[in-house]
Design a protein around this ligand. Sequence first.
Ligand code: SF4
Ligand code: SF4
Length: 144
Amino acid sequence: MNKNTSKEQNFWENKPLNELSETEWESLCDNCGKCCLNKLENDEGEFFYTNVVCTLYDYKNNCCSEYCKRSVLVPDCVKLTPDNIPMLGWMPKTCAYRLIHEGKKLPKWHPLISGNQQSVYDAGAGISHRSIKEEDAAFGTSYR
Ligand code: SF4
Ligand code: SF4
């Protein structure tokens, strides 16, 4: 019997974020897309999400179309790390990285719990059907 089985299977409950492998780290993202929405901050430091998403967001695959080059192509795209999560007050409350950092459980629709990606969208946690791309917003044209 592999002694590490339980720890590895539920790694998000058994390991701190800074000990996750790259694969484990990436699998924590549920591809909700909320972090790719433009946000507004008021004078009190409160954040408000718009329904306008980054131009590089890929609606078909529900993820960044240029993930490896995102920081170069979109300079204000913040690359999440275990170190900067505590400082990113704008991260959505449902974000798995934020939840784990705050010692909370993943929602039952998270792919690591449900076993499939579709559960995210069935739960209404994705942005695809309630957002528009920056280029569409700029010209005041089509809602998807
Ligand atoms: S908000 Fe969090 S879980 Fe959702 S896409 Fe962004 S990083 Fe992934
Ligand atoms: S560059 Fe990619 S990861 Fe960054 S906000 Fe845009 S779509 Fe999201």
